[in-house]
Design a protein around this ligand. Structure first.
Ligand SMILES: [Ca+2]
Ligand SMILES: [Ca+2]
Length: 162
């Protein structure tokens, strides 16, 4: 009996010793070195959402890979999220030239909904994860009040000295 208990303890200890646990602020969700806040209680226009994330030392989410995109969509679908979620992609400066907000970088990965971006009525410059297409992307009016997602780096592996 002792050995069974000891072995169980060992397996438990080994399983939990693989580095520091990823660290995100309370209420944020961890994935692959980033922390995400899904904010649906205070719908905001695109600019307000960007400022709100900034105030949290974060940015409006920037999606660089299919795996990050898949994680976000799955999280929304799993949680039966409704509405739409702003992301940090826009073509405000130059129509049709989409850039991620923080470094004005052209996206290397996109996941537009069928027929999007359509710049409907020549006024759609901001991007959201569109509930109607299970959160594939759509360009929309920046002034719409929508939910949004903030992203920041997790504190995993960062040693605070002093
Ligand atoms: Ca990202
Ligand atoms: Ca559109």
């Amino acid at each position: 009996m002792f050995w069974i208990a000891f072995t169980v303890f060992l397996i438990y200890a080994v399983a939990n010793s693989s580095g520091q646990p990823p660290s995100c602020p309370h209420g944020w969700v961890y994935n692959d070195s980033s922390c995400y806040a899904f904010i649906s209680d205070y719908p905001m226009d695109w600019n307000e959402a960007m400022m709100y994330c900034r105030a949290l030392q974060a940015k409006l989410v920037e999606i660089e890979t299919a795996s990050e995109n898949g994680f976000l969509r799955l999280h929304l679908l799993d949680n039966k999220a409704t509405g739409h979620y702003w992301i940090g992609l826009n073509d405000i400066l130059s129509e049709g030239e989409w850039v991620w907000m923080s470094y004005q970088q052209t996206p290397t990965y996109t996941d537009w909904s069928p027929g999007q971006p359509d710049n409907y009525q020549q006024h759609e410059d901001c991007t959201l994860l569109w509930g109607a297409t299970r959160f594939h992307w759509d360009d929309a009016l920046c002034s719409y009040k929508e939910n949004f997602i903030c992203e920041k780096e997790s504190s995993e592996g960062i040693n605070i000295v002093g």
